[in-house]
Design a protein. Sequence first.
Length: 319
Amino acid sequence: MAMARKILNQGTVRDEFYAGLEASDYAAVIDKLSVRTNSDVEQEVYGWYEESGWPEKFEGRLQLEQPKIHNITVKNAEYRKALQVRSKEARRDQTGSWPRKVQEMGANFGGFQMDLLMDAMIAGATSGNSSYDGQTFFDTDHSLGDSGTQKNILTASEVGALNVATAASPTPEEAVDALMGVVGEILGFLDAGGKPLNANARAFTVIARHSLWAPFITAMRANNLDSGETNIVRGIQADGFTFDFVPWPLISSTTQFYVARTDGVGRKPFIFQEETPATVDLIEGGEYEDLNEQKVVKAAWDGAIGYGEPLHIVRATLS
């Protein structure tokens, strides 16, 4: 049976681009790690209010409190991609090569948005990439109100289980202990009112280089470990805890991993700000195509990634 030919027209371009964008499957990960916001100006200023204290016993007069606010600015950027298609090639395309290329273009936009998020995460320990409290996003001295000093950069000094036999190749047993120790630190963070910030957290995502996938996914999925012991990570999943792993090959470190709380209400580690959703257009016909004998497939996205709640994510280093 002959293959149905897909003609490169406006409808085909849009169908294939959005099919590729959806198939890239990064949107679900972005939603776990970030709060999505819409923008219609060059930059947005987000106000983060400090948490207030516990309710107080009413003694006949209200105790008024004005929460302190911290601001963070996220500036949009414009991103474009254009493909040149010779009119003759488009007309002769019998196998749908160009529609497939447009679908790939859509998938690349999805991957690019994920890459922006991962780049922000990786750069989060670099001075100048600040969170709303004025500290570097990943830092050892986050402090607001009555929270005390808190760290979202963890080493074996804070979590003894991060000290393993081979840092770049932990065993599943070591991954279990490291994961439990790091999650325990996240559960212990306090808010500006000195109250538990993450004590009700139950959903966590681990992000690391693909080389750490095997020990961590085993730590998350195996009922029993090679030692014969029952896997405690699997055990606490019966209590409502969930864990997943996102491999990202562009993380250069072979010993670092990130653990994010992903069930926060209204707060997440990052801000996914979108001024213009990913769009695609086919420029064809008229004087342009007559003079140049080509069509142009142009895609665009305007937006940015910003830093959100630093105490909903930690960077841990095995040693």
